[in-house]
Design a protein around this ligand. Sequence first.
Ligand code: ADP
Ligand code: MG
Length: 616
Amino acid sequence: MSGIIQLLPDHVANQIAAGEVVQRPASVVKELLENAVDAKASDIKLIVKEAGKTLVQVIDNGLGMNATDARLCFERHATSKIRQAEDLFDLHTKGFRGEALASIAAIAHIEMKTKQDQEELGNHIVIEGSKLTKQDVAVLPKGTSFAVKNLFFNIPARRNFLKSETVEFRHVLDEFQRVALAHPSISFTLIHNGSELYNLPGSNMRQRIVAIFGGKTNEKLVPVSEDTDLIKIKGFVGKPEFAKKNRGEQFFFVNDRYIKSPYLHHAIMSAFEGLLKEGNQPSYFLYLQVPPHTIDINIHPTKTEIKFDDEHSLYAILRSSVKHSLGQFNVAPILDFERDSNLDTPYQYKDKTADFPTIQVDSGFNPFAAEKPSKSLASFGSYKKDTPQGNWESLYVGLKQDSDEIASFSFESTEVTGSLFESEAIEATAHATYQVHKKYIVSTIKSGMLVMDQGRAHQRVLYEQFLTNITIQKAASQQLLFPLELYFSADEMQVLRDMQPTLENTGFVFDAFTTDAIQISGLPVLMAESDVSVVLEELIHNIQNEIPESSFSQSDTIAKSMAKSLAVKAGTYLTDKEQENLVNSLFACKEPTISPFQKPTFITFTVEDLDKRFAL
Ligand code: ADP
Ligand code: MG
């Protein structure tokens, strides 16, 4: 019987390889930008349409290619960057696998124009799905232009798999920023759908970071510098007080290549130990230079993970130099890093005097005045406008109107035949709610008892309120005494501009949008001035990453994100009145049973459930 094994034709092999190298438009961006850097360009322009789904073009002023190379570069394993296996251990270029162009050519339409400095004429090549459809000479400037159109035109499954333009563009931007940060001396431009988003002149590291992340970044940076035989470190870490909840600005570059390294990330986190609020992430931009033979970059087709020979030492050096910098710049007490670290007092206990216990006194308290809701009470939403406060009957009504499903959770009436207590005492406590661990609110209902998650419940209340405000476009706004100015990077400004009309519907009043700042003169009623920057930052982050739970509309994402940012968190003490108001507000909602993120807001135990537990 004849054998059944066949060699795959090249174009099929290339398509398969493409699956590894090209996951999305951003992968094309990365490969083309890196090729331009390898070609020693000093000026690189990236032009993108529809987040790269229809066009990714990179124009460089680098070395260019002659006619033979212009054709050969699309072949698999065609590279000018290594000649023999040993070269793999002494890499000075971004590329070396010689598969990117072959892979991209297999799944897209490419038009390439390239000219070497010393040549009169350049080469013009069109290649579609690995097939050469045009090759001729042309008058061209020095350098190379690759235009990649209709990505995945022959793999519809892949094309359909792409995310929204916002998400895909976020990936494109990430790649652009990584390459631009790794090579501050090269000038980079980014144009998306016809508008110029970045125009970065060649500069130094610090200027490049500031040019990308906005003027506000400058004051946040603490320089880091270390020079040993094993490793040279340069760069910056963000001051701890500017740390954010998300891991946006964290960059390692090893020999000018952006890499991901959870291990080295851990080294930085441990250098920041005791300096950050729970859950906050420091920013860092660290440029490491190591001898090329001490690393292996060849472990992943996209080359973002690398293996170090001596990880442990790198970890220790990185950690101590970051600690040292934080100390030197008065961000943290200086530590002698030769010393046994076990002897060090954790940062949070150092230089700390005892706190005086604080007693809160309401100086304006007037026992004869009608009771006013406290600030956080007011923030529980519109409920109190429509419904008399503290009236359990109204809750019952709300339940009946809004949801038959949960009507069975009617609350216990006052007709308690308590013989143990005076009837007055019962009057006062019959509807009481209790807060457990500053996290849950417990209450009795007719069928048994109810345990509510305060954070999720409040999220639901706020979410419905924001959504209503956005849809009816009639939100109340609180005027600020002094307009608030907040700084953002170019890509964040882009997101804010897109959201402006929707944000205005929630109650924001914007006075000005400049290239890197917004001015706000009015806020949604529920928002404190001190919350604004965090809320907007989280919102931008969520829009850019489209939090997985949401898929509908921008309004929905905004309402969810703001509800999440502003809702009371676990650990917040709520007064009786606030607890009660929250319970009432929740049951006045359209969908009280689940949070905007599809998690249950409360659970119930029937008397039978409880009986069963006691029967054990
Ligand atoms: P690799 O970068 O791994 O060598 P690629 O498929 O990305 O593989 O590129 C193949 C070859 O094409 C490169 O080695 C280089 O010689 C040439 N090349 C690609 N892009 C450019 C460019 N922008 N300018 C000059 N030469 C280029
Ligand atoms: Mg390459």
